[in-house]
Design a protein around this ligand. Structure first.
Ligand code: ADP
Ligand code: MG
Length: 335
């Protein structure tokens, strides 16, 4: 069947429209829509339980959506799963490896399953083995491989039929720092020929590997942007840890909290601790606002003793909160 014409013209490789997935009681994916162009590397970023794996399993035809539609290269995952599977290589969270098989033997087996003609199989296995650097362990049992090598064999099985699209579910999870670098390099070397979606719950992972990022949280799409734009949007926001000395109950926590909340550019103040005469707060700024000097001034002008003021990194959770808050404001039209 003909893939739909508009997809071919605009080079949209993956199109997801109003996709939802409900398990018995909870909604894992809630009405998400996005597009990925040919040759792009897109990071699918979200905390654990956000719905990343579920979305990937729908895209790879492992399970049907409850609602909505997804197409790969113009083919519908529900209506034309064979066409979709031909064009997709999938590295699940746990690669589908057989510990009792040798690496070379396994790749032959997978290649055959994926319909590579018998005459091309040996050549293709050799090519991918070299590409992902597993040629040296070709005769080793998969069960005896290190985690890093197993992940590479997982990548080899995903690319053996030279698919247009690669779907990689947390490809660097559980690897050591050296293996992470090697895997990132490998993924980048696959870009261009392939359209890639990789999922991660680590923000820095998308900065290293991706051009675009799609952020999901609790099944909902929170933001999608270029990595450069996202980094710029987040760069300005800071989170500050602040400590005020208290003696004989003065100042009291509510008083300090109220004062800090009045500082311009502050988005949130949280009381963290109050012991040994020290009140600790965490204060977050709005994007692009530098609040440290003003916070210090406000404490000192109130006649209190500032015992500590330091920047702390924003956690992924904070970032989601910031992004969701910003989106809501924009939608409401009150900038
Ligand atoms: N087979 C399943 N049955 C019921 N709930 C599931 C199943 N798989 C995942 N979930 C739930 O769906 C939500 C999304 O999970 P998942 O897609 O695995 O998220 P992520 O990959 O982002 O960590 C979670 O709340 C999870 O508990
Ligand atoms: Mg997952």
């Amino acid at each position: 069947m003909e893939p739909n014409l508009s997809s071919r013209l605009t080079k949209i490789m993956i199109k997801v429209e109003g996709l939802s997935k409900r398990y018995a009681r909870n909604v894992a994916v809630d009405d998400i829509s996005f597009e990925v162009n040919k040759g792009q590397i897109v990071g699918f970023l979200g905390p654990n339980g956000a719905g990343k794996t579920t979305t990937m399993r729908i895209l790879t035809c492992f399970m049907p959506p409850s609602a909505g539609k997804a197409t790969v290269a113009g083919f519908d995952v529900m209506e034309q799963p064979f066409e979709v599977k031909k064009r997709i290589g999938y590295l699940p969270e746990v690669p589908p490896l057989y510990p009792e098989m040798e690496v070379g033997e396994y790749l032959h087996f997978v290649g055959k399953l994926k319909g590579i003609p018998k005459g091309d199989l040996a050549k293709r296995v050799k090519e991918v083995s070299e590409k992902v650097n597993v040629a040296e362990v070709s005769n080793k049992l998969i069960g005896k491989l290190s985690k890093g090598f197993r992940q590479r064999v997982g990548l080899a099985q995903a690319i053996i039929h030279n698919p247009d699209v690669l779907i990689l579910d947390e490809p660097t999870a559980g690897l050591d720092p050296k293996q992470i670098l090697e895997t990132r390099q490998l993924i980048r070397s696959l870009a261009g020929d392939h359209t890639i979606i990789l999922s991660t719950h680590i923000l820095s992972e998308v900065e290293h590997s991706c051009e675009r990022v799609i952020i999901i949280s609790q099944g909902k799409l929170v933001a999608q942007d270029s990595v450069a734009n996202l980094t710029n949007r987040l760069r300005g926001a800071e989170s500050v840890s602040l400590e005020v000395e208290a003696a004989d109950g003065r100042p009291n926590p509510t008083e300090v909290q109220g004062r800090l909340e009045q500082v311009a550019g502050v988005s949130r103040v949280m009381m963290k601790d109050s012991k040994d005469g020290r009140l600790t707060f965490e204060v977050e700024s709005l994007q692009g606002r530098h609040i440290r000097a003003e916070l210090a001034r406000s404490v000192v002008n109130s006649g209190w003793n500032l015992s500590e003021l330091r920047a702390v990194g924003l956690s992924l959770e904070d970032i989601f909160l910031q992004l969701t808050t910003a989106e809501t404001k924009e939608v409401g039209g009150q900038k």
